[in-house]
Design a protein around this ligand. Structure first.
Ligand code: NDP
Ligand code: OXD
Length: 316
């Protein structure tokens, strides 16, 4: 039995090593190696070459090595087999670390103090708001959004989340908004907007000038803040640059970009109010993720249904 590992931009060796460890009966192969295509039963991928997975007629399931699946759903030749995504507590905890850290960095003016230190400036802003003065709004109240929301609420922030549907179970300390008709009200009570949405036709480009203009203008921060760790395709980078220039936004944290790596000429690189990370808010750890995928394969082979199957019609 074979598992095909197909990754772009990541070193495949730790993944091959972990899959061999967690799936001892499996032959783990890479595209281009010498093997019989029909013997490939599973594929584990991160940005496979579009069309390449249609070469394996015996494929029973495709595993994304990340929580997002837009790298798969964008392939017009994706085989019609179950598509599974990562829902894993290691990855979830990493994302919440990023979100909580950036909310706190904006709240506590971390970058301003960093710049002051370099210039040996002792200037204490006495009007420091408390976490409880700040309204955070999380776009996407799924697996990642819910965990970040819970942790931010524990810190004392006023937290709300927006999703397509109403949550199946109430989230303590988090106000839930659902459906497009509630977006306006959700944005109007938001000082720090955190995007943790999947990239789908419905969410592409949602982080734009019109949306930024609807954020709260009566908050305790200088102006609203945007944090996007969902996908770069959610945002208009031209609109973000305009918004930080004209004061619609006071600060921006971005982990994801329209084009990755971010091109050298982008105005985001050097903007003093924009804080970038190279798409690593929640890294997929080979130990955690290969183990979770091996468990999925064992479930399937013992006749149980897969967990965390992607709804292709919804795109996530
Ligand atoms: P989930 O599928 O668990 O949650 C997605 C959430 O978005 C759900 O609440 C869903 O609503 C909501 N949603 C989707 N479409 C819409 C829409 N059109 N309008 C309103 N709400 C919508 O995903 P995860 O939380 O696991 O992951 C979210 C995304 O985070 C991933 O798709 C990926 O792009 C990104 N990510 C980024 C990483 C990084 O390192 N930067 C790492 C991991 C993930 P509903 O609840 O009603 O279905
Ligand atoms: C993911 C990611 O989707 O790392 O997991 O972006």
């Amino acid at each position: 039995m074979r598992l095909l590992l197909s990754v772009t931009g990541w070193d495949p060796s730790p993944w091959v090593d972990r899959f061999r460890r967690f799936l001892p009966g499996y032959d783990v192969v890479l595209p281009g190696e010498n093997f019989e295509p029909s013997s490939v039963r599973y594929a584990a991928t991160w940005k496979h070459a579009p069309g390449s997975l249609s070469l394996y007629p015996g494929l029973q399931a495709i595993f994304s090595l990340g929580a997002g699946v837009d790298h798969l759903t964008s392939d017009p030749h994706l085989p019609a087999v179950p598509l599974l995504r990562v829902v894993d507590e290691d990855l979830t905890a990493r994302m919440s670390e990023y979100v909580v850290m950036h909310c706190l960095m904006h709240l506590r003016r971390a970058w301003t103090y960093e710049q002051q230190q370099r210039r040996q400036v002792w200037l204490d802003f006495r009007n420091q708001p408390a976490a409880s003065d700040i309204r955070i709004g999380i776009l996407g109240l799924g697996n990642l959004g819910r965990d970040a929301a819970r942790k931010l609420a524990t810190m004392g922030f006023e937290v709300a989340g927006w999703a397509r549907s109403a949550p199946t179970a109430p989230l303590e300390g988090v106000r839930a908004f659902s459906g497009s008709e509630t977006l306006h009200a959700f944005l109007g009570r938001t000082d720090i907007l955190v995007a943790l949405l999947p990239l789908t036709p419905a969410t592409r480009g949602i982080l734009n000038k019109a949306l930024f203009a609807k954020l709260a203008r009566d908050g305790r921060l200088e102006a609203p803040v945007l944090i996007n760790a969902g996908r770069g395709g959610l945002q208009s980078e031209a609109d973000i640059l305009d918004a930080v220039e004209d004061g619609t936004l006071s600060g921006v944290s971005l982990d994801v970009f329209e084009v990755e790596p971010l091109p050298p000429g982008s105005g985001l690189w050097l903007h003093p109010r924009v804080h970038l990370t190279p798409h690593n808010a929640a890294m997929s750890d080979p130990d955690a993720i290969a183990k979770a995928i091996a468990e999925q394969i064992h479930r399937h082979e013992s006749g149980l249904p897969f967990a965390h199957q992607v709804d292709i019609a919804k795109g996530y």
